[in-house]
Design a binder for this molecule. Structure first.
Ligand code: NAG
Ligand code: NAG
Ligand code: NAG
Ligand code: NAG
Ligand code: NAG
Ligand code: NAG
Length: 403
């Protein structure tokens, strides 16, 4: 009896010690070559398996080096908190999209709680894929019809987690895709793709809440950050965007069963040479009513942005919708405050709301957007909106209701 008690206590002590000191697992011991040519996927997945199964959590250390990586999936749930430490490591995707065998993404992080990805450069080798993305001989960029190619870093059901100091270059499509995530911070992330690459949104968020993107630099060919349906309580601060298409909410209203977008705060961001700045886009003829509310944009600098402020409820690229049915997405409680800088086109602010669902409670405060080109001075265009205004406003918005 006494012996058993003693053994039991020893076991508990051992478990506590193990719990406090997360196991450290080094990739080198798993036969990774890190020569940039040999496929290191198996080594990495084996190391991940051991790390994930370590009771009390663990840290997987990936030493400096260049790792060729096929499509891989880091799946949880794990036995404890997980850290992947990859400072100085570069991961190369196979250049040929055919290598992906239908996996809808390149590096997938799935179902992890208390996870940290620290550092790491993910090179999607997109140059070849951007050409192969054309559909039936039509340019994907021009027609919007793109054959689907495997892509990106996917974060699916990642909770209470951190991605920090990670870089994504030349992704084959969206760079980072967050779906069903909660309490996730992206800090000091860097994203880079050429301005003319197709559909390379920097960070796409959908059906996720309490997401924090900060100190991040995005240069790409499409939206720097796009917030799809179900994005809720998202803080975007100190993000630099450009080239690219700016920071966008939407597009919304294209599909059935879309979830509400709410609680979006974009603050202290700088947009440079982008096609749009802050953009809300919804499709006409939405299959169902929808809601986007409590959207706040504050302390934003625009450098030569083509349309710095845009609400577009007639978003219908490539005539894929019926323009006669107004958008059913209700936009309300929106603030644009202290947005200043230069517009590359004379229409610096365009607020085109839905005829069927006019925008409600839109506040404009301290807007100063100059146009220095040859087509007159900066102007604004509006429809189905009566914004409340305060402070200095240039260009003056149409149909103002003073606060
Ligand atoms: C990658 O992005 C595309 C959008 O281009 C998205 O449809 C797809 O689900 C994403 N894949 C993953 C694995 O995140
Ligand atoms: C997210 O964080 C909040 C506040 O700390 C917490 O209440 C909630 O349970 C967390 N969500 C998940 C999925 O762990
Ligand atoms: C976002 O994350 C940064 C860096 O971890 C942190 O300093 C900041 O407080 C967070 N902001 C919010 C709103 O959670
Ligand atoms: C933007 O940053 C400045 C300087 O750090 C700070 O004073 C200001 O409060 C920030 N704005 C917002 C909306 O957080
Ligand atoms: C400003 O933007 C326009 C249109 O995007 C571009 O053609 C021009 O080169 C940009 N100017 C500067 C100074 O970057
Ligand atoms: C000049 O501005 C008007 C609207 O104010 C616009 O319709 C026209 O396309 C602009 N021209 C050029 C060359 O940008």
């Amino acid at each position: 009896m006494e012996k058993m008690n003693c053994a039991w206590i020893l076991m508990v002590v051992a478990m506590l010690v193990a719990g406090n000191q997360a196991a450290e697992i080094t990739l080198s011991k798993y036969g990774a070559k890190a020569d940039g040519k040999s496929d290191d996927s198996t080594a990495l997945l084996n190391a991940w398996k051991d790390a994930c199964n370590a009771v009390g959590g663990s840290k997987l250390v990936i030493p400096k080096g260049t790792y060729m990586l096929g499509p891989v999936k880091f799946s949880g749930p794990c036995q404890g908190p997980m850290i992947i430490q990859a400072m100085g490591a570069t991961f190369l995707a196979p250049a040929d999209p055919a290598k992906f065998n239908g996996q809808n993404g390149w590096v997938l992080f799935h179902i992890l709680n208390n996870f940290q990805l620290l550092g790491g450069t993910f090179d999607g080798k997109g140059q070849t894929a951007w050409q192969k993305n054309d559909w039936k001989g039509e340019s994907c960029l021009k027609s919007g019809k793109c054959s689907s190619i495997p892509i990106n870093l996917s974060f699916y059901k990642i909770t209470n987690s951190l991605v920090q100091g990670t870089t994504s270059v030349d992704s084959k499509q969206f760079h980072m895709n967050l779906l069903h995530c909660e309490n996730l911070t992206l800090n000091q992330v860097s994203i880079k793709a050429p301005a003319d690459s197709s559909n390379t949104d920097g960070i796409h968020i959908g059906r996720s809440n309490h997401i924090n993107i900060t100190n991040t630099n995005i240069q790409t060919g499409d939206d720097c950050i796009s917030l799809g349906d179900g994005s809720q309580e998202v803080d975007i601060t100190k993000v630099r965007c450009g080239p690219g298409h700016g920071i966008a909410i939407g597009s919304l209203g294209r599909y059935n069963n879309e979830e509400e977008v709410r609680g979006i705060r974009v603050r202290n961001c700088t947009l440079t040479n982008t096609m749009y700045g802050l953009r809300l886009k919804t499709w006409p003829s939405a299959p169902q009513p929808g809601v986007a509310r409590d959207l706040n944009f504050e302390d934003i600098i625009m450098n030569n942005v083509s349309t710095p402020i845009l609400i577009d409820q007639e978003y219908c690229p490539h005539n894929q919708c019926n323009m006669k049915t107004p958008s059913k997405i209700k936009i309300s409680d929106v603030t644009f405050k202290n947005v200043r800088g230069t517009s590359a086109s004379n229409v610096a602010m365009k607020l085109q709301c839905s005829k069927g669902n006019p925008c409600q409670n839109v506040k404009l405060a301290d807007i100063n957007l100059e146009y220095r080109g040859t087509n007159g001075t900066a102007t604004s265009e509006c429809g189905n909106i009566q914004p409340t205004t305060s402070g200095k406003l240039f260009p003056p918005p149409c149909a103002v209701k003073s606060a």
